[in-house]
Write a protein that binds this ligand. Structure first.
Ligand code: BTN
Length: 240
């Protein structure tokens, strides 16, 4: 399904999930209310990028371990970029990076037993707003222009093939910053009821990513040898 303009492909697919089959998808040239991680907005210039959502029906195993679908989608996009001769990495949990810049973000949302995998891949966009300094696109890296529909069908093919493989191994092999110690900060998320949540950002430290647990928490080894695990909201990457 294609719409020139839509509020959010994730919202549309969540609304129509009951009439659709697994791997059915929706894509658009422009979203008026594109949804990003942690309640943020996803911004993308009209007609330049891939903005899509794909319907997944989790198996019993995937229902018990929802992070498997997060890994699946990240690996599927990464392999699609690798097939286009782009060297990319997965920044935990599911951003795709080229060098130290983000080329793709994903938002998986579940409702009534289905999962909607929303993918925002920067394809042909050449300039990004100054409030998103860390963004890049496929075209910015290679100078080539790409067909978004071709990329979408490659991602869907990859999802189908990868669904039958050991996804954790492939995810770990593509993970960003597993090769040494890098700077991070801990974020303490305040959960005071009835007040605006405020995050307290701790001192910078250096650590190495050792593993990603079954529940999706990242396992870091600090320079003094201490091993700690973090939830998504609890860790901030310091990137340049
Ligand atoms: C992130 O913040 O990194 C996740 C961004 C996910 C954006 C995509 S664009 C297509 C789909 N529809 C949405 O509203 N969001 C996702």
């Amino acid at each position: 399904m294609y719409f020139p303009v839509i509020d959010s492909t994730n919202l549309w697919l969540l609304d129509h999930k009951d009439a659709l089959c697994e791997y059915d998808f929706v894509y658009t040239d422009f979203q008026t209310a594109g949804r990003g991680q942690q309640g943020t907005r996803w911004q993308s210039k009209k007609g330049e990028n891939l903005l899509c959502s794909i319907l997944l029906h989790p198996t019993q195993e995937e229902q018990q371990h929802p992070f498997r679908l997060t890994m699946l989608c990240a690996v599927a996009v990464a392999k699609t970029l690798v097939a286009q001769e782009l060297e990319c990495k997965i920044k935990w949990p599911n951003d795709i990076y080229i060098g130290d810049k983000k080329v793709c973000g994903m938002l998986l949302e579940s409702k009534g037993g289905v999962v909607v995998a929303g993918i925002g891949l920067n394809v042909n966009q050449l300039d990004f707003d100054t409030d998103i300094p860390n963004a890049t696109s496929m075209r910015l890296v290679t100078g080539k222009t790409y067909q978004v529909q071709e990329l979408l069908s490659s991602i869907i093919d990859q999802l189908k093939v990868l669904r039958t493989t050991d996804i954790k191994e492939q995810y770990m092999a593509l993970l960003y910053r597993t090769d040494g110690f890098y700077p991070y900060r801990e974020v303490q998320v305040s959960v005071k009821p009835m007040t605006i949540a405020q995050d307290y950002v701790g001192d910078e430290f250096r650590a190495k990513i050792m593993d990603v647990a079954d529940d999706g928490q990242v396992v870091l080894q600090h320079e003094n040898g201490t091993i700690k695990t973090y939830l998504f909201k609890e860790l901030k990457y310091i990137i340049i």
